[in-house]
Design a protein around this ligand. Structure first.
Ligand SMILES: [Zn+2]
Length: 288
């Protein structure tokens, strides 16, 4: 299994993780790069692999830095399923259309003021692309196993943060891969509190959006601490270098875990992990 970090490295936006193996190519999140420097320059770059070779996209939540690139993927030819929770599907209906309208207005402004290197400046996608992307959404409830093929299934777990935000837990034969998404204790009763998988062999944990090295990581640390044991490899993403390194230090000091901070576009090979002797994992597999 190969995991490539296509975004959310050295920056807090653009979450995109490409997972290849078990006969599948899966994109976890399809985020837009935000910020004055990144929004057009990085978001407009062509996707680094043929989008029609993707088998599935799985969204953790509706924030544009996790879902906003979806209409661009569709414009480039993606026609496969986009799995998400029902609440994320509802929110995407508002946010993707809104981002398309904003991109159009932003491009018009750039044309009028000569701000764009592109001649003529073109929006990353149009409202029609956003509408086509919405047709691909396949909503599934939390805690429901979804099979991608005979070797791979996944489920959504509540992540707090915003309405219907999820972590994604994939089960590849007997190996567990988890993507935290944005984690935060909910401020409203409608939002379910974060729930960690009991075990993960490989984990991608996203730093909370903060530029401060003194940020409060207590929600993330408590989510990680509820797992029964340390993953074989833990990757930290979705933050400026100072914030990601601050979280890495806190995880090492609090839990004793070693964590890796991937570089942009870095690929890592993930080996299958044996199940023998791990009763806790069996509980997880039964649940999946
Ligand atoms: Zn978010």
């Amino acid at each position: 299994m190969k995991l490539t970090f296509l975004g959310a490295t050295e920056t807090v936006t653009g979450s995109r993780y490409l997972l290849e193996g078990a006969g599948l190519r899966i994109l976890i999140d399809s985020g837009f790069f935000e910020g004055a420097e990144n929004r057009r320059a990085r978001s407009c770059k062509p996707f680094p692999t043929a989008v029609d070779s993707l088998d599935a996209v799985i969204l953790t939540h509706a924030h544009i830095d996790h879902s906003g690139y979806l209409p661009a993927l569709v414009r480039e030819g993606y026609r496969g399923p986009v799995y998400c929770t029902p609440g994320t599907a509802d929110l995407c209906g508002i946010m993707l259309d809104d981002n398309a309208t904003f991109s159009k207005e932003e491009t018009g402004f750039a044309c009028r003021h000569g701000d764009s290197k592109q001649r003529p400046a073109l929006p990353l996608y149009a409202p029609d692309d956003a509408q086509r992307a919405l047709q691909l959404l396949r909503p599934h409830e939390f805690d429901t196993p979804i099979a991608l093929n005979d070797a791979m299934c996944f489920r959504f777990l509540p992540a707090g943060h915003i309405l219907s935000a999820a972590s994604v837990v994939l089960c590849w034969r007997q190996t567990i891969l988890a993507f935290s998404g944005d984690l935060r204790r909910p401020q409203a009763s409608l939002i379910r509190a974060p729930s960690a998988p009991i075990h993960a062999d490989y984990l991608v944990v996203e730093s909370i959006p903060s530029l401060s090295v003194h940020a409060d990581y207590s929600d993330t640390l408590s989510w990680l601490g509820s797992m029964t044991d340390a993953p074989a490899r833990t990757f930290i993403t979705h933050g400026e270098p100072s914030a990601v390194n601050a979280l890495r230090r806190q995880i090492t000091e609090t839990l004793g875990w070693c964590c890796e901070v991937p570089a942009p576009q870095q690929s890592v090979e993930l080996e299958e992990r044996p199940i023998a002797g791990r009763a806790a994992l069996q509980v997880h597999l039964d649940a999946v």
